[in-house]
Design a protein around this ligand. Structure first.
Ligand code: GDP
Ligand code: MN
Length: 380
């Protein structure tokens, strides 16, 4: 579960991490009023559960009330990567000399938490991580002991942080680790941790809580913002699907988690980008298939859909009838659908499938390649 920036900032501030003065607004008037109170310049920041808001136009720096109004008008209600902006954070703008990065997450390969520091914070940290991983200093932590002060100092020194702020950054990192540990964090991140006047301030805040640990984090569970969540994930809950929305444009439906994971990997392998993980589970009858199609069709990022069904107890002919019936409800099929059926009654199934509605492929590889190609055609 993700916290909003303002919720994470409150958590961080309470633990002693410096944050800029800020308040949340839900209307344009409220935003302008808060900006006047805080004093210009201020940053107006969309509160949605996505990263990269700066690049996507969800953050504006303004110098007076008129600009604040204009920014609030454009940001409130906007669609940011598929999320509607209902709230903005109005925040004292920081005049910074450097943008640092600090983060804590679980390093699954090492089987340990890892604390990270970099002088290359700001909106391009993903590129830095991909292209120059050595620019991010890493320190693994033994969860039985927690992070030692010397480890924080070492990470800060390895990252090449300026002397003037080194001890402040080390202390922020230690606090962030402690918060991550105490509150069952999945990811905790401050990017940027701004350097201003030889002091540091957390200009952004990310805190994702391990969803399976929410039962013992009641204070954080209460912060869960159902409405601001992904509408599609809410829908998936309603339908009872295991669903995760991803960033790509190839919709994926399968029966069985392993099968769906394999399909995701293959989409990636053939140069595509998965739009989602969707497991319809066993015994998928027509209404369930229809619901699954409704999910992927209503995801505006999806350009093509690949169905990967392995018939076990769920028989291929049954699934095929379900697909026909589900697609028969649409006047026009909004996005190309490619189906691969294998296992029990697969041949019968493939014969039943209405090829005026779907493209049928015999192998998983062919189906995935066809879907990747179809999606590429749309984006081209
Ligand atoms: P993200 O893009 O969703 O990660 O949002 P951030 O909160 O990290 O903001 C993105 C970028 O906006 C930062 O890296 C800064 O360059 C800029 N920014 C955000 N807040 C401020 C601020 O208070 N002052 C200044 N000068 N720039 C800011
Ligand atoms: Mn950020």
């Amino acid at each position: 579960m993700r916290l909003h920036e303002y919720q994470a900032k409150r958590l961080f501030a309470k633990a002693g991490i410096p944050t800029p003065e800020s308040a949340v607004a839900r209307t344009v008037d409220e935003a302008v009023e808060l900006a006047d109170e805080i004093g210009y310049p201020v940053a107006i920041k969309a509160q949605v559960h996505v990263g990269g808001r700066g690049k996507a136009g969800g953050i504006e720096l303004v110098d007076d009330a008129a600009e604040a109004r204009e920014a609030a008008e454009s940001i409130l209600g906007m669609d940011l990567k598929g999320y509607r902006v209902e709230e903005v954070l109005v925040e004292e703008a920081v005049e910074f000399t450097d943008e640092l990065y600090v983060g804590v997450t679980m390093d699954r390969n090492a089987g340990r938490p890892v604390a990270m520091v970099s002088t290359r914070g700001g909106v391009n940290i993903e590129e830095v991580a991909a292209e120059e991983p050595e620019a991010i200093a890493r320190e693994h932590v033994d969860p039985a002991f927690g992070m030692f002060d010397f480890q924080a100092r070492k990470a800060v020194s390895d990252a090449g942080i300026d002397r003037e702020v080194a001890s402040d950054v080390a202390s922020v990192l230690t606090t962030l680790y402690d918060l991550w540990e105490e509150h069952d964090g999945a990811d905790a991140e401050i990017n940027p941790l701004m350097v201003a006047d030889q002091a540091v301030v957390a200009a952004d805040a990310v805190f994702n809580v391990d969803g399976d640990a929410l039962f013992r984090q009641p204070d954080l569970a209460e912060l869960e913002d159902e409405t601001a969540g992904d509408e599609l994930e809410a829908k998936a809950n309603e339908y009872g699907f295991d669903y995760v929305r991803l960033e790509g444009n190839v919709g994926i439906i399968g029966n069985g988690a392993g099968l769906v994971m394999t399909t995701l990997d293959l989409v990636d392998h053939y140069g595509g980008e998965p739009a989602n993980f969707l497991d319809v589970g066993g015994g998928a009858k027509a209404d369930r298939i229809a619901n699954a199609l409704d999910m992927v069709f209503s995801d505006e990022n999806v350009d093509a859909v690949v169905f990967n069904i392995f018939g076990g107890i769920t028989r291929g002919d049954e699934v095929a009838r379900g697909i026909n019936q589900a697609l028969g409800q649409f006047e026009t099929i909004p996005k190309p659908v490619i189906v691969r059926l294998a296992g029990t009654n697969a041949e019968e199934g493939m014969e039943i499938l209405d090829t005026s509605l779907v493209q049928v492929e015999e192998t998983l590889e062919a189906a995935v390649q066809a879907a990747v190609a179809a999606a590429e055609e749309v984006t081209a």
